[in-house]
Ligand binder design. Structure first.
Ligand SMILES: *[C@@H]1O[C@H](CO)[C@@H](O)[C@H](O)[C@H]1NC(C)=O
Ligand SMILES: *[C@@H]1O[C@H](CO)[C@@H](O)[C@H](O)[C@H]1NC(C)=O
Length: 409
């Protein structure tokens, strides 16, 4: 039994592994003998040679959105048929495949036509192609490709980038070599993912450009993973904008108001610089986030002006009478006449402390005096109004900003 197994193994190995070194040598020299690497493998030299190309995306290494460079590692597989490289395996001990240096055979060189560095072609002197006895040639290469990409950060951080990477076949026109795609999209079986970008979709097409030159066009649609940016970019914008309005709750006597306003104004300006440095300085199109920050900056400056003017009202001498129009405005808003209630500064929830501090004494001494409309009361009412107004404005502007981006992206 054991003997017959050994016999079978010996016999079968005799059949499969019969090719010897000299068989390979013979084959190599027979194939290269009289072979001209400069001539296209077309039996009928007026018809084109079909070359199929497929990309196997391994990883997206980096997408530099300031420079506009997409870097990725990929395998590229090119297949074509060379009738001069056919052989009968029986004549060479059963050899069915053979690896040969690319320089020994005709080879359609592809050039990266969107290069971001000076490296624009794949094949190296050590690159090899695999031949099979039917004449099929397969060339497989791994490469790190750095390609330019038009960046569009209008909807940052909810943006989708569409990058076109194209490879041109130079030296041959469509009538000589016919580029073909194997599939409509890039093969992703080897794809590992990227921590900052999601690959949404890919597309492959063949385009004929000027003068019959052909290009393989690979399109990568990538979407920014925006959790990071939402936490680090959008939330601070919301907080800065809302905090700004809280200046109206500061007690005027504390003398902190103008300092606080300037600090928030500067914080927004500094924040704008930081965001600008992490995005391309492009105005075509301008990122919406710049407009939002610009609105915030304007709004912050406006708050500062209002605070200063209101401080002047607050500090006005009480001997100067409050104009009638302001008095009626005050009475209307505090609803003095409704239900015969006395003027109650406490009805403005936000300014209770302020009023109590400045006006506690006279309040307790003489209720008629307390009901008198003074500059300080007018000023604190204005504080309340502006506080509510600016908080609501900042929340609305943030909500509109997010909605526009979500709809547009
Ligand atoms: C290979 O070439 C040698 C010498 O040119 C020739 O004798 C031999 O028959 C060829 N082999 C085949 C299988 O054609
Ligand atoms: C990529 O190429 C396609 C096909 O030519 C074109 O429609 C698209 O606008 C290009 N995209 C970019 C970002 O250039």
């Amino acid at each position: 039994m054991a003997f017959s197994v050994v016999l079978i193994i010996l016999l079968s190995s005799d059949v499969v592994f019969a090719a010897s070194l000299s068989d390979t040598e013979n084959l190599m020299s027979n194939l290269t003998n009289g072979y001209n690497v400069n001539i296209r493998p077309a039996v009928e030299q007026l018809s084109p040679v079909d070359v199929s190309v497929q990309l196997y995306l391994k990883s997206i290494i980096d997408f530099d959105d300031v420079q506009g460079i997409l870097s990725f590692t990929t395998g590229i597989r090119m297949t074509w048929m060379d009738y001069r490289l056919q052989w009968d395996p029986n004549g060479y001990g059963g050899l069915q495949t053979l690896s040969v240096p690319l320089s020994h055979i005709w080879f359609p060189q592809l050039f990266l036509s969107t290069p971001a560095t000076d490296r624009s072609y794949f094949a190296e002197s050590w690159s090899k192609a695999t031949l099979s006895n039917t004449g099929d040639v397969v060339y497989l290469e791994m490469a790190l490709i750095q390609s330019t990409c038009d960046v569009n950060v209008k909807y940052y951080p909810y943006d989708i980038q569409s990058c076109n990477t194209s490879f041109a076949l130079l030296g041959y026109t469509k009538t000589e070599v016919n580029l073909m795609r194997l599939e409509e999209s890039i093969d992703l079986t080897l794809y590992l993912g990227n921590s900052m970008w999601d690959l949404e979709s890919t597309h492959v097409s063949v385009e004929t450009i000027h003068g019959g030159i052909q290009e393989m066009l690979f399109t990568f649609n990538i979407r920014r993973k925006n959790e990071y940016s939402v936490v680090n970019v959008l939330l601070p914008i919301l907080f800065l904008g809302t905090l700004n309005a809280f200046v109206f709750l500061l007690i005027p006597e504390s003398g902190e108001r103008v300092g606080y306003s300037i600090t928030t104004l500067l914080a927004i300006a500094v924040y704008m610089t930081i965001i600008m440095s992490s995005l391309p300085q492009s105005s075509d199109p301008m990122p919406l986030i710049f407009y939002k920050l610009l609105v915030d900056l304007t709004y912050s400056a406006l708050i500062m002006v209002v605070v200063i003017l209101n401080m002047r009202l607050h500090g006005k001498d009480d001997n100067v009478p409050v104009p009638k129009s302001l008095v009626s405005f005050y009475l209307a808003l505090t609803c003095t006449d409704c239900g015969g209630k006395a003027v109650s500064p406490e009805s403005d929830g936000f300014t209770t402390d302020q009023i109590a501090k400045g006006w506690g004494e006279s309040n307790s001494m003489n209720s008629v005096d307390a009901q008198k409309v003074t500059w300080k009361k007018v000023s604190s009412l204005l504080d309340t109004i502006f506080f509510v107004l600016f908080v609501v404005l900042s929340i609305i502007s943030f909500a509109v900003f997010i909605a526009v981006m979500k709809v547009g992206a």
